[in-house]
Design a protein around this ligand. Structure first.
Ligand code: URA
Ligand code: SF4
Length: 429
């Protein structure tokens, strides 16, 4: 009997390299025992033979000479999800599925095969929990009442959601589950023992991502591509924001850090729509926090509008930029980006149900009216967007920042404030 000890519950790296090794030696599935190590020195307990199997150094050396296993992509993806299942036999099942695919010709067409049935059930269960966890995390971020989120996990899903959680909230947060704690300090991710093992965590117990048992940084990472139905059927703004984190509908998702979703509550009276997040917004994950945002805040104050009581978002949710001398320079989004991103804005409108929409600049107006809009022609008057939703078009605060002439700047700023005041008066009608 071979014993394989995995470093943690979702140790994809060791599982995969051990699987390669065992397949190479043609070891039958029922001749291997898989388990997760329990303590720091657990690796040594089983003696030499297991150490050879479980030590990452040995396997990474062997990996070089071992032939790669060619498995269908869909099976690999399912196996990564399976590893997050609560089932203690998941590693065995995963190995059996690979072994049987290679040596017995098992395929996804064998829908009644008991291993395939089990795989399907576990995958569905993990994905369902992933959706619901993301919704809970997103609500936790939107409420901003606490920094720690206690979460009673069923499956081992926390690590696979690390990228999601980092994208959804750039500021400090901690997720506490019975089996694991996960902490983001604003710069780096850490994992610690769960509440079941340790009621409190000491500094030594935290392990940074990429170090300690996490040194390969290789645990499953769950991408949940949002479907049209999910966007249309989302019932709350946090749910919608969660779905948007994995949007790949245009190429802007590549270079930026994150999707910057709108901030505010449902039934906010005014919805402010900007162009796209800038450098600082991309880092913070919040719209209008950079220089343009500060000018907007000042103008809102003067117009008697409380930002926190309204909804602030952008027509395009990813930062578009070019890199020049190490700096990320803003680039205007193109029509295809505005179009690709418009389902998100439409869904925000459906859930926020604002009375007035303020379009800050041409990109916002383009997205709402679905046509090119000349700001000087449309600004400063009441437009009808639909039934009882009014619209006000005005300039973008960045435009004010760019004006070289101080007097013109002051004049334009005053006009900007009066456009905002017009929006406020429309709410009060
Ligand atoms: N400009 C925008 O249009 N949106 C932001 O969020 C920041 C700057
Ligand atoms: Fe999706 Fe919009 Fe980002 Fe494009 S810019 S990837 S459409 S969220």
């Amino acid at each position: 009997m071979k014993h394989v000890v995995l470093a943690h519950e979702v140790d994809w790296h060791t599982w995969r390299s051990e699987t390669r090794l065992c397949l190479h030696e043609q070891i039958a599935p029922d001749a291997i025992q898989w388990r997760v190590r329990e303590t720091e020195d657990d690796f040594d307990k089983l003696g030499e033979s297991s150490e050879r199997i479980s030590s990452k150094n040995t396997t990474s050396e062997e990996k070089i000479s071992l032939p790669r296993i060619n498995l269908p992509r869909a099976l690999m993806q399912d196996l990564m999800i399976l590893l997050q299942s609560y089932d203690p036999d998941r590693f065995s099942l995963a190995y059996r599925l690979v072994y049987r695919s290679l040596y017995e010709g098992l395929t996804r067409q064998d829908i009644n095969d008991s291993d395939r049935v089990l795989l399907k059930e576990h995958v569905q269960d993990v994905l369902q929990e992933t959706y619901s966890f993301r919704k809970i995390f997103s609500e936790f971020v939107a409420s901003r009442e606490r920094q720690k989120l206690p979460y009673e996990n069923k499956n081992y899903i926390i690590e696979a959601n690390a990228s999601f959680c980092k994208a959804r909230c750039a500021y400090l947060w901690e997720v506490q589950t019975p089996y694991r704690r996960m902490l983001w300090n604003g710069t780096k991710l850490f994992f610690g023992p769960g509440e079941r093992q340790s009621p409190h965590v000491t500094a030594q117990q935290w392990q940074a991502d990429g170090e300690g048992i996490w040194r390969e940084g290789f645990y499953p990472h769950q991408v949940l591509l949002p479907s049209r139905e999910r966007v249309k059927e989302a019932e709350t703004l946090p749910e919608l924001a969660a779905a948007a984190m994995d949007c790949r509908a245009c190429e802007l998702c590549g270079p930026a850090f994150r999707t910057v979703f709108g901030v505010g509550q449902a039934f906010s009276p005014i919805m402010f729509v900007g162009e796209q997040p800038g450098d600082q917004e991309d880092r913070a994950g919040v719209p209008f926090v950079g220089p343009a945002g500060q000018l907007l805040d000042q103008a809102l104050n003067e117009a008697g509008i409380i930002r926190a009581e309204n909804y602030v978002t952008n027509a395009v949710k990813h930062f578009r930029f070019i890199l020049k001398n190490g700096r990320r320079l803003h680039q205007k989004p193109e029509e295809r980006h505005i179009t690709a991103c418009s389902p998100w804005l439409e869904a925000e409108r459906r859930l926020v149900k604002p009375k007035v929409i303020v379009m800050l600049g041409a990109t916002a107006a383009h997205s709402l009216f679905k046509r090119f809009v000349i700001i000087s022609r449309e600004r400063s008057r009441t437009l009808l967007i639909e039934n009882d939703v009014k619209g006000v078009v005005t300039v973008h605060p960045s435009y004010l920042l760019r004006l070289p002439d101080e007097r013109a700047k002051q004049q334009e700023y005053e006009r900007f404030v009066s456009d905002l005041a017009l929006a406020r008066s429309l709410v009060e009608l």
